[in-house]
Design a binder for this molecule. Structure first.
Ligand code: ADP
Ligand code: MG
Length: 318
């Protein structure tokens, strides 16, 4: 059980003049043994944050700490990343068993021990041990995703970052893989950062929720609090999209997503905000002042978070 902490992390791509800030001063903690869900639309910087945590993308500022120490990116890797597309982590020319064995600690030297460990890991992710001799292309998408998880677990990680783990899967298989994630987290007491653009998926597995918009965390807190009492208009929109048949009550929401090369001044969400200055002209503060996180039970970076009316009872809370 380990705690992963992002402290004021910034990641820029490109040059000073022609670049973009994909992650902009993000602070986020994955407490030991907890699942933190990170949700936000495509392009909000989720994968960049994930890659930064495992050293695949350099940070421009801030720190990423595992129990207070910088995350080691060499040798044994205590933080393992599992992607959406297992083809990117599974070599098509290697058997499933060899792929899994590759990340095992070198202390497991004997062939028989490694084979036994592969069998144990396959069973842990709900696959028969015989799958070890198969190749990735012989498996279904859901099975490949299970193998990718087994491969990550073989490295005996303390933290797993799952980036769009189920996004490429059929809805019918997503549930089983999500159940597996919850089950593994309980049995192995892992800390998990679970990333998806889909709030319906994230809310199913998360103890805590963080909502990302244009490189920033705009709302975070215990999952139940955020889901029952969302205070940022963006979170409310995401929730409305997954929990009701009615579309969000605004055309503003359909505006073009903001361009990360030119983030809007003030609150970055203001050009799309259904309760912001485009609709309520007296809310000028949103145009030029960045909101600090405030809120009732948890934090939301909105000048009018406290004024957000409670949600009507949705009846389907989770
Ligand atoms: P998400 O995972 O939330 O969809 P990403 O972290 O993939 O978001 O991307 C955030 C922003 O950074 C996007 O605008 C994307 O186009 C940009 N981006 C991602 N990777 C690179 C890269 N290697 N070089 C330049 N820009 C990138
Ligand atoms: Mg992504």
């Amino acid at each position: 059980m380990r705690e992963l902490r992002f402290e004021d992390v910034t990641v820029r791509y490109g040059t000073e003049r022609r670049g973009l800030t994909a992650v902009d001063g993000v602070s986020l903690t994955v407490p030991a043994g907890a699942v933190v869900g990170l949700v936000g639309e495509s392009g909000s910087g989720k994968s960049t944050l994930a890659r930064a945590a495992v050293g695949l993308t350099p940070t421009t500022g801030g720190r990423i700490l595992l129990d207070g120490e910088p995350v080691p990116h060499r040798g044994r890797r205590p933080v393992q990343l599992v992607f959406q597309d297992p083809y990117s982590s599974l070599d098509p020319r290697m058997t499933v068993g060899s792929s899994i064995a590759e990340t095992m600690p070198p202390s497991l030297r004997r062939r028989a021990d490694r084979r036994a460990e592969v069998a144990r890991l396959l069973e842990l992710v709900g696959l028969p041990a015989e799958r070890a001799d198969r190749y990735p292309e012989e498996l279904s998408g859901g099975q490949r995703q299970r193998v990718a998880l087994a491969r990550a677990l073989a490295g005996e990680p303390q933290v797993i970052i799952a980036d769009e783990l189920t996004s490429a899967l059929d809805v019918s298989i997503q549930g089983a893989v999500l159940n597996l994630v919850r089950d593994l987290q309980r049995r192995l007491r892992l800390s998990i950062l679970f990333i998806s653009h889909d709030l319906a998926v994230v809310r199913y597995v998360s103890d805590h929720l963080a909502v990302m918009y244009l490189g920033r965390i705009v709302e975070h807190g215990p999952a139940a609090d955020v889901l029952d009492d969302p205070q940022h208009p963006y979170t409310r929109e995401l929730l409305a999209a997954v929990s009701s048949a009615q579309p969000p009550d605004s055309d503003v929401a359909d505006a073009e997503p903001a361009d990360p090369h030119h983030p809007p001044p003030g609150c970055r969400f203001h050009p799309r905000c259904p309760v912001g200055p485009l609709v309520r002209t007296e809310r000028e503060i949103c145009l030029d002042t960045e909101p600090d996180p405030t809120g009732r039970r948890h934090h939301a970076a909105c000048h009018f978070a406290a004024a957000a009316p409670p949600l009507p009872d949705r009846g389907d809370s989770r």
